[in-house]
Design a protein around this ligand. Structure first.
Ligand code: PMP
Length: 360
């Protein structure tokens, strides 16, 4: 029996995508070869890569000002690759510190140049998103970096702030989940393992004029200009992860695209937060307007009670709701592939648990 998986990433994928992937692993499009065996120079893979890049463009409503890159590795690799390309010892990058990943991005950048925090919610235990009025001056930076959705703390920028320097956004945990105006963003990136496909690759969306300003005196494997010129097929791309991502993007398009997903994501999050607020056993301390639609983070009275609830969920085939080790508590991740039915099933279990608890 398939479980209901609320993992934060690698996250659940649509069952139909897994079915198609398993067929392709045995025999790709009746070609007599597995997708895990094809050459990255073959026409079969050229077609997979071209369709993946095309679908990303279409689903994200990108135009000719944007370059889309498919990259090896995950989010942290981008934390290092971005400053290699866009920062130097003579320049500074500004960071909006909204939690662990945002802070890590800054720590990685500090190896390559100067870093400054221009806004932070650390003093509020990362329970909110800093308001634009709290930002320090944002002009004169090589770039400003922010994390649009904070996977560990469960906060999200519902509006992308306007800043006076090029803007770079880590969208690892909310890419493709909502309509975003990429004209306002110079460089956006996301690791795949939440809303795109399996772990092992990342995507980047970069404005061509910003890309033209990147540092090219770095090893070719990190050089975005070169990777763009080689159309994301310089090194051996993660062929299997790319293929499964393509199947997932096709699925996303068939559901109605990003706008449809956004509406469903709102429904899921609204229903779950309503239950957390109603249910006497659970608490969410995130400022209401900054709550994430992707990751709902909440607590119970004690770690023991949380573990007992996790065990109860597992008995009902619901897994992946343990919070990140930094924060503890519970975390329910509701990326695109998570269905409203599954979220409702969890809500049902939360209610049943409360009833059992009260009747003890
Ligand atoms: N950024 C965000 C927002 C994340 O949630 C994560 C964790 N998946 C990362 C970066 C780091 O990604 P990776 O584990 O692929 O390095």
């Amino acid at each position: 029996m398939r479980k209901i998986i609320f993992n934060a990433g690698p996250a659940t994928l649509p069952e139909v995508v897994l079915q198609q992937a398993s067929e392709g692993i045995l025999d790709l499009s009746n070609e007599g070869i597995s997708v895990a065996e094809i050459s990255h120079r073959s026409t079969l893979f050229q077609n997979i890569l071209a369709e993946t890049l095309h679908l990303l463009r279409e689903l994200l409503c990108l135009n000719h000002d944007h370059e889309v890159l498919l990259l090896q590795g995950g989010g942290r690799l981008q934390f290092a690759q971005i400053p290699m390309n866009f920062l130097s010892k003579e320049t500074a990058a500004g960071f909006i510190d909204t939690g662990y990943w945002a802070h890590q991005a800054m720590m990685y950048a500090a190896y390559y140049g100067n870093t400054n925090t221009i806004a932070s919610s650390q003093q509020k235990q990362y329970t909110c998103i800093p308001k634009a009025t709290e930002f320090k001056a944002s002009n004169g930076y090589a770039y400003i970096h922010l994390t649009s959705n904070n996977t560990i703390y469960g906060t999200q920028f519902h509006q992308i702030p306007t800043v006076d320097s090029p803007l770079i956004i880590d969208m690892s945990s909310d890419i493709l989940s909502r309509i975003i105006d990429f004209d306002k963003i110079d460089f956006a990136y996301a690791c795949a393992q939440k809303n795109i496909g399996p772990a092992g690759l990342s995507i980047a969306i970069v404005k061509k004029d910003f890309l033209a300003r990147s540092n090219t005196h770095i090893p070719p494997v990190f050089n975005y200009q070169l990777l763009a010129a080689k159309k994301s097929n310089y090194y051996t791309p993660p062929v299997l992860a790319t293929y499964i991502s393509l199947l997932n993007l096709r699925w996303l398009k068939a559901q109605g695209g990003v706008a449809t997903m956004e509406a469903i994501n709102h429904q899921k999050a609204k229903a779950l937060y309503a239950e957390i607020d109603r249910n006497s056993l659970f608490e969410n301390n995130i400022q209401a307007e900054d709550r994430s639609y992707m990751n709902a983070c909440f607590t119970m009275q004690s770690a023991e009670m949380e573990q007992a609830f996790i065990d109860f969920c597992e008995q009902h085939h619901i897994i992946g709701i343990k919070g990140h080790k930094i924060t503890g508590g519970l975390r329910v991740s509701m990326y695109n592939a998570q269905t409203l039915d599954n979220v409702q099933q969890l809500i049902h279990i939360m209610r049943a648990y409360e009833t059992n608890y009260m009747n003890k």
